[in-house]
Design a protein around this ligand. Structure first.
Ligand SMILES: Nc1ncnc2c1ncn2[C@@H]1O[C@H](COP(=O)(O)OP(=O)(O)OP(=O)(O)O)[C@@H](O)[C@H]1O
Ligand SMILES: [Mg+2]
Length: 324
């Protein structure tokens, strides 16, 4: 069956719930999104990570039917965001990165407006409004004017709006931006609990570590191109991260330096504070080979300590911070 075929009535779509296929978007001579492809299975959280101007918002807006691609396709539950936007909208909640101004509206009126615009009526509307207020912790703020809300409260309201029609898919564009540490932890909990209810979630951020814990898989994007994707561990491993090592030997520092400098995987070799510091390209096996080489040369190793690249180091290394 073609992915854009209608979903059969009464059965749940079993393919990828979100799919981008060779997605491209040009703005004049700027290619904001450059052949981006990935899939997100049901009930999982995909983190979309990249620096300013990487193309996150543009691709999320295309998926959410708010923008058209120059080439490629985007699907929600197998339905094309380009060819069938109305059916996609009913399945999807989008939380934009900026919040419009609604000067004289309070939270309850705001959510009620969106509930009505999604066609919710009667008891169903009351039930959904109540659920969203409780889930986002907005009940106590129901009659507070939106202009009086703090950033964190606005984020909750915006998430509530995205959830009002109980969509299967959530697209959250930098939901953690501007939140304090406690609110970030709370957001993580909310996102995981939505995934546990089988919602499929695409969430963006500039910061890999911010998303690493809550995402099943991540994609790293820069200048419109997806540079890496997979679980955080896969990304760490496939990018052949270098790891920093320091060694303290009982005398024979020069001999150890000579030996290490002859090994192909060793680089940035130097002595600091009476310890030998270096980096190795490779995995645990390579690290073991280096240690064995020292032992085989009968060099007295007193300490051998390795430090993996942090996630943030990996991110900074593979993205070059180029802004277009
Ligand atoms: N409407 C537009 N007109 C012209 N250029 C645009 C438009 N929207 C986006 N761009 C350009 O497309 C590129 C990608 O922008 P986008 O907003 O998708 O990036 P982003 O990853 O969301 O960045 P940020 O982290 O700053 O939100 C940028 O170079 C941006 O200037
Ligand atoms: Mg953006």
């Amino acid at each position: 069956m073609d992915a854009s075929d209608p979903k059969p009535v009464g059965t749940e779509w079993t393919g990828p719930v979100i799919e981008l296929r060779g997605l491209c978007r040009d703005f004049g001579s700027t290619r904001a999104v450059d052949h981006v492809s990935f899939e997100v299975p049901r009930g999982s959280v995909f983190g979309y990570i990249g620096p300013n101007g990487a193309g996150k918002t543009t691709s999320m807006r295309i998926l959410s039917t708010l923008e058209l691609p120059t080439a490629g396709e985007a699907f929600v539950e197998g339905i094309s965001s380009v060819n069938d936007p109305d059916r996609v909208r009913s399945r999807l909640g989008f939380m934009p990165d900026s919040f419009g101004t609604y000067a004289d509206t309070n939270c309850a009126e705001y959510l009620d407006f969106f509930a009505r615009s999604y066609g919710l009526v009667g008891r169903e509307r009351t039930r959904r409004l109540r659920w969203v207020m409780d889930f986002t912790g907005l009940r106590a703020l129901a009659y507070k004017p939106i202009r009086g809300l703090s950033k964190g409260m606005r984020q909750r309201l915006c998430l509530g709006r995205a959830l009002i029609h109980d969509p299967a898919v959530l697209i959250l564009d930098e939901p953690a931006a501007g939140l304090d540490p406690r609110a970030r932890i709370e957001l993580r909990r909310i996102i995981r609990s939505l995934a546990a209810e089988n919602k499929t979630i695409l969430v963006s951020s500039h910061i890999l570590t911010e998303l690493a814990e809550m995402c099943d898989r991540v994609g790293i994007i820069e200048q419109g191109r997806l540079l890496a994707r997979g679980t955080v561990e896969e990304i760490r491993n496939t990018l052949a991260p270098s790891r920093d090592i320091f060694v303290r030997v009982a005398g024979g520092t020069e001999e150890a330096m000579n030996l290490l400098s002859s090994l192909a995987s060793v680089h940035d070799l130097r002595v600091e504070d009476a310890r030998i510091h270096f980096s190795i390209d490779g995995d645990d096996d390579e690290q073991i080979r280096v240690l064995h080489a020292l032992a085989d040369a009968r060099i007295g190793v007193l300490e051998f300590v390795s430090k993996d690249e942090t996630l943030e180091d990996v991110f900074l290394r593979i993205t070059q911070g180029r802004v277009q």
